[in-house]
Design a protein around this ligand. Structure first.
Ligand SMILES: C[S@@+](CC[C@H](N)C(=O)[O-])C[C@H]1O[C@@H](n2cnc3c(N)ncnc32)[C@H](O)[C@@H]1O
Length: 116
């Protein structure tokens, strides 16, 4: 196919919709509304938007696809979304109370990853 993973997600960033269910009721039982939440591989911020609608406000997303992040920012300017540049997450230890990793490890199209 010739694309790296980042290039693949960039290419389809504005075309694909994600539907993997997020178990919001289960999440709400374990994570307080004021918690700082990081969504790794957040895509265009689908899950963070659902959390926002459910009263969470300390929401952060990171994704190695710059186009996904661009789409996410266009959809909701209130979300704090950043592009992941390398394997190291750009946050200090203990910054977050909860981490989400949804539909990331189950959606790896191929092995090659640029700059990682
Ligand atoms: C199927 S989408 C799911 C997006 C989001 N979690 C959701 O459920 O709506 C997978 C996302 O993971 C991102 N991703 C995959 N591997 C990653 C990695 N190693 N670091 C950061 N983001 C990654 C992709 O760019 C893509 O946006």
């Amino acid at each position: 196919m010739g694309l790296t993973q980042n290039e693949y997600w960039d290419k389809i960033a504005f075309d694909k919709e994600f539907f993997t269910p997020f178990q919001i009721e289960t999440f709400k039982k374990s994570v307080k509304k004021e918690a700082r939440v990081l969504d790794i591989g957040c895509g265009y911020g689908r899950t963070l938007n659902e959390l926002l609608l459910n009263g969470y406000s300390n929401l952060y997303g990171i994704d190695f696809s710059k186009e996904m992040i661009k789409r996410g920012k266009l959809l909701n300017v209130n979300l704090d979304l950043i592009v992941q540049k390398n394997r190291n997450l750009p946050f200090k230890d203990n910054t977050f109370d909860a981490i989400i990793l949804l539909a990331v490890l189950t959606c790896i199209p191929f092995d090659k990853t640029k700059d990682f």
